[in-house]
Design a protein around this ligand. Structure first.
Ligand SMILES: [Zn+2]
Length: 258
């Protein structure tokens, strides 16, 4: 089982509720897995309320809980990983305590961000027709690993072959473009096969090498219009010079007539 708990979020199933507010000081550090930076005073932050391990059971329920704070994006990253059972934010207005007290623009920002997450995950669902999935199995360890990608995001899913699907760990990633997402997926697949000794079992939705639809109507190469030959032909208009023979008036010879 140790092999599947790669996320290391031991407390990921213990979220009691989610909240949001503006950091009252810069003291709290972000709980984000790769962050751990401070959340500066006044910053919009999200939180998870979890059981406080330092308070004895005898205390009141309020005291038994403690918040852990996240930068907005760090919370999103936290929510992009883990198994199905993990508690997540489905609707910011409903699931985030303190949402109504936020500035309007921050409410809109959160709505937009979480709508995007929903879309991203929907696009990568197993029923999606455009998604490309590669499924690998590790025969010896009886575990599986699969990666799907669609547009510019990826979904990795892995777990033990004899465990229910809901135990599988899922990880969503979003990239700046499609090529980056594909690069990541290809790299991971190679890594699993070469280093971790997984075997490729099936691939779905994989198009045979970038079938960019060829335009059925071939554009006729338009040859340049024939040059106007008439213009080149030098029609020499021969000017017929009509010389009017000037009839010479008989000059009267000055004959001296006597
Ligand atoms: Zn952070």
């Amino acid at each position: 089982m140790a092999s599947t708990t790669a996320t290391g979020d031991n407390d990921e199933n213990t979220t009691i509720s989610f909240g949001c507010d503006y950091a009252k000081s810069s003291n709290a550090k972000c709980h984000g897995k790769y962050c751990e930076n401070e959340i500066s005073k006044g910053t919009l932050r999200l939180s998870r309320l979890i059981p406080n391990p330092f308070i004895p059971q005898s205390s009141t329920r309020e005291e038994q809980l403690m918040p852990v704070y996240y930068h907005v994006q760090c919370m999103i990253n936290y929510l992009r990983t883990g198994n199905e059972k993990k508690k997540r934010i489905e609707n910011v207005a409903k699931n985030l305590q303190g949402f109504d007290e936020l500035k309007k623009k921050d409410q809109e920002k959160l709505k937009k961000l979480f709508n995007y997450e929903e879309k991203l995950q929907g696009n990568l669902s197993e029923t999606s027709t455009t998604v490309q999935t590669t499924y690998l199995e590790h025969d010896k360890d009886k575990k599986y690993w699969q990666i799907s990608y669609d547009n510019k995001s990826t979904k990795t899913k892995y777990g033990l072959l004899d465990e229910p699907d809901s135990n599988a760990i899922i990880l969503y990633k979003d990239f700046s473009n499609k090529a980056e997402a594909k690069k990541y997926a290809d790299k991971k697949i190679q890594e699993k096969i070469q280093k971790n000794e997984y075997t490729l079992k099936k691939q779905t939705g994989v198009t045979t090498n970038n079938q960019t639809p060829v335009a059925t109507k071939r554009k006729r190469k338009q040859s340049p219009a024939p040059a106007n030959t008439a213009s080149t032909k030098r029609i020499k208009k021969q000017r017929t010079i009509i010389t009017t023979a000037t009839r010479k008036q008989p000059t009267r010879s000055a004959s001296i007539r006597k």
